[in-house]
Structures are given as structure tokens and as C-alpha cells.
Write a protein that binds this ligand. Structure first.
Ligand code: ZN
Length: 214
């Protein structure tokens, strides 16, 4: 038995370091297990060098060439981001989402022309994430600012338990701050427990149009 174990160990150690490094990097990604990491790495071995260089380059500039907008906390190329700077958009309408991927999903539907506020999370007591851990205070002061001109806030957090709790908390805070402000909730047409990120543009359109006072 001991001999077989040693034999296996020798085989494992024969994997070139360059390959092992890439396997380990893939393994650190969410949803990628050891087998998938190996498959992806060996797939890359067959990709032309030029394509690999472009891939490496794009990963390298991923964080270097992006920045977080200090107005809406979305990720963009500039601060303020292109959406916040765009005067063609309706700046009296503000849509609150959990994460930047939700902005991308809503932008794909092309119907929403207001601005955004990215919370970068949701209230999640089980994981020790309270209101202060996400960008709720920044949202409240953004709306409080008399120059903001915001007339309606659309709460577009996910229709999950945490998303609902987050929407409820924000709505209460907003009403205490300014009772004249219109607060609405996206949701009709979105399946309960679904992620906005994965909803198709038509469903999102309907959910946005069918928003109700909250
Ligand atoms: Zn922005």
C-alpha cells in the first residue's frame, strides 16, 4: 500500500510548476472545483500564445483601469462614472441595486434612463452584514442633499429574504428623512428568490414598469 502511495505522489509532483500555478489560480475562483480548474488550464495550453497574452493583459488591467464612482458606487472608467455624468439621463429618478452586475442587467433592457445607487451588498444578519456595512448612509445623504433633485427612489434589491429586508429598511429610513419622496419597489414579474443579475431584459422591463409604491 505504501508503495502505491509513493508512486502516486511522484506522478503528482511531475506536473510542471507553470501548469500547477494556473490550476491553483482557477481553483480560487468561486464555483470552480479542482477538476474544472485542471480542465480550464489544459484547455488554455492549446490556445495560441497571442490570445493568451491578450487574456493575461485584460486580467492585469481589470482593476488598474477601473474605479469606483464616489456618487453612485458603481464601477466605471471615471469618477463620477459615465452614467452619473450623463445629462441626458433623468437625474430625478434613482434606482437602488445590490451590486454592479444589476446595473449591467438593467442597462441591457435600455428602457431605464434614470441614475443608480449601488449598495455593494444587502442586509444579511446571518453573515453579520448590517446597514452600516453597505452604502445605505451614502444613499441617505445623497438624497438629502438639496441639489440632488431626486423625486423618486426605485428599490431594486433582489426579491430574496435579504433583498426584501434591505428594501424595507431603506424605505423606512427614507420616509423618516423626507415624507414627500416617492419610494417604489421593483418586483412584479420577477420570480421570488430570483437574482436581478440573471433576469432577462424583457422581464426586467416589465418589473420596472410595474413598480408599485412602497
Ligand atoms: Zn456613478
Amino acid at each position: 500500500m505504501e508503495k502505491i502511495e509513493n508512486f502516486e505522489l511522484k506522478i503528482a509532483m511531475k506536473i510542471p510548476k507553470a501548469i500547477q500555478n494556473v490550476i491553483e489560480s482557477f481553483e480560487r475562483l468561486p464555483g470552480i472545483g479542482p477538476k474544472s480548474a485542471e480542465r480550464l488550464t489544459f484547455y488554455l495550453l492549446h490556445v495560441p500564445q497571442g490570445e493568451l497574452d491578450r487574456f493575461a493583459q485584460s486580467v492585469q488591467s481589470l482593476k488598474k483601469d477601473t474605479t469606483i464612482c464616489t456618487v453612485c458606487f458603481n464601477i466605471g472608467e471615471s469618477d463620477p462614472c459615465s452614467i452619473c455624468q450623463d445629462m441626458q439621463r433623468n437625474h430625478s429618478l434613482l434606482c437602488v441595486v445590490e451590486q454592479p452586475l444589476d446595473v449591467i442587467a438593467l442597462e441591457k433592457s435600455k428602457k431605464y434612463t434614470g441614475t443608480y445607487h449601488v449598495l455593494n451588498g444587502k442586509i444579511d444578519p446571518l453573515n453579520n452584514i448590517g446597514p452600516d456595512e453597505i452604502r445605505i448612509n451614502e444613499l441617505l445623504s445623497r438624497i438629502k442633499n438639496s441639489e440632488s433633485g431626486i423625486k423618486e427612489v426605485i428599490l431594486a434589491t433582489n426579491p430574496t429574504m435579504e433583498g426584501e429586508a434591505t428594501a424595507m429598511y431603506i424605505s423606512k429610513k427614507l420616509k423618516v428623512q423626507n415624507e414627500k419622496l416617492k419610494v417604489s419597489r421593483i418586483g412584479r414579474g420577477l420570480p421570488i428568490g430570483a437574482d436581478i443579475e440573471y433576469a432577462d431584459p424583457t422581464t426586467l422591463d416589465r418589473a420596472m414598469e410595474g413598480r408599485s409604491e412602497y
